[in-house]
Design a protein. Structure first.
Length: 346
């Protein structure tokens, strides 16, 4: 089968795209087609609705950010950015994801589906009851930390980063509450011990939406073999980031380095635990040098086919695995009739 047909059928559901931050900071208009960036495509200019349509995207989970330390301003900004996503989804070519079924409805109606990912529990400012508000606002996942230590967990890089501290007692309660309310737990940016702790207690599949394999290249932003195994054991999904400096330590590298990390994870835990997690527009120092923007994501499809992956494998990695995990997250929440107990021994 021709690679363009495989890519179109696979229809990426990108686990992490960050253009809402540019919308908030620079009034970037995601409904308008923008020109690609220059010189290795640094920082942003990677995605907007028209270019994602050209790239045959099925949808994306849009990151919500604030400076990575706890404050009430962070909570207010979190809600402002969710408002922006809601406003974006008033466009007739889009659908705001409010339940698992919306991913399918959007595809049937030829709409771009957009979910919400909160990047960092610091935006809760230590208030567990805010998880229920995020659930009422139909948040898809919460990344437990960004680039700063918070009340829940320690990051793999950034302020307070280390590889000793695990999930805090409040962090245990947070994971339980996320499971109970149907918000997926994302461990991208979490340190090694924290990832293992999350996987040990989560009743639902755990996501690592935009990361890489330390066993292939020792980036602090990556996860080790034990963490890969633990995420897979939950039924979770690991999205491979498109930032070349995290993948191989170089700005100048091609899309082959993304495929290398996919190969590594597949060889370790199988094709059912790989996802599409570009981190486009995420202030990356560079995306692959053979890519201008999301319209060149098909180059990964070309390489995966060359390496012997089937069209069904590619569908799983681009969309199917993530949908399976999110469906399970929602189902477990529906089964949770009673509040989770706090883990007082943590």
């Amino acid at each position: 089968m021709r690679s363009d047909l495989v890519h179109r059928a696979a229809a990426p559901l990108d686990m992490h795209v960050d253009f809402i931050l540019q919308r908030r900071l620079f009034r970037y208009r995601p409904t308008r087609a923008h020109a690609a960036g220059l010189l290795g495509q640094p920082l942003f200019w990677h995605c907007d609705l028209p270019r994602m349509q050209q790239a045959y995207y099925a949808g994306a989970i849009l990151g919500v950010h604030y400076w990575p330390w706890q404050s009430e301003r962070a909570w207010k900004e979190c809600n402002r950015q969710i408002d922006l996503i809601d406003a974006l989804c008033e466009h007739p070519a889009t659908r705001r994801v409010r339940s698992f079924a919306d991913w399918h409805y959007a595809k049937e109606q030829n709409q771009m589906a957009f979910g919400v990912g909160i990047e960092g529990a610091h935006q809760l400012n230590g208030k567990l009851e805010r998880v229920q508000e995020l659930a009422r606002r139909h948040v898809t996942y919460l990344t437990l930390t960004h680039f700063s230590k918070n009340d829940a967990v320690t990051p793999c890089m950034g302020r307070g980063a280390n590889e000793q501290d695990g999930l805090t007692g409040w962090g245990h309660e947070l994971v339980h509450e996320l499971n109970r309310t149907g918000i997926a737990v994302d461990v991208a940016h979490v340190n090694g011990p924290g990832v293992l702790d999350v996987c040990n207690i989560s009743r639902a599949p755990v996501l690592a939406t935009h990361t890489c394999a330390r066993g292939l290249y020792p980036s602090a932003r990556g996860i080790g073999d034990a963490q890969i195994d633990a995420i897979a054991a939950t039924g979770g999904v690991i999205g491979v980031i498109f930032g070349t400096h995290f993948l191989c330590g170089k700005r100048k590298a091609t899309t082959h380095v993304i495929a290398d990390h996919i190969d590594y994870i597949v060889q370790r835990v199988g094709v059912d635990h790989v996802g599409f997690g570009s981190d486009y527009d995420g202030w990356l120092a560079a995306i692959p040098s053979d890519q201008r923007d999301c319209r060149d994501s098909h180059k990964l499809t070309d390489i995966l086919l060359e390496r012997g992956y089937s069209s069904h494998d590619i569908y799983k990695m681009y969309r199917g695995n993530t949908l399976r995990a999110l469906r399970r997250v929602e189902a477990i929440a529906r089964q949770s009739a009673a509040p989770w107990p706090s883990n007082s021994s943590a």
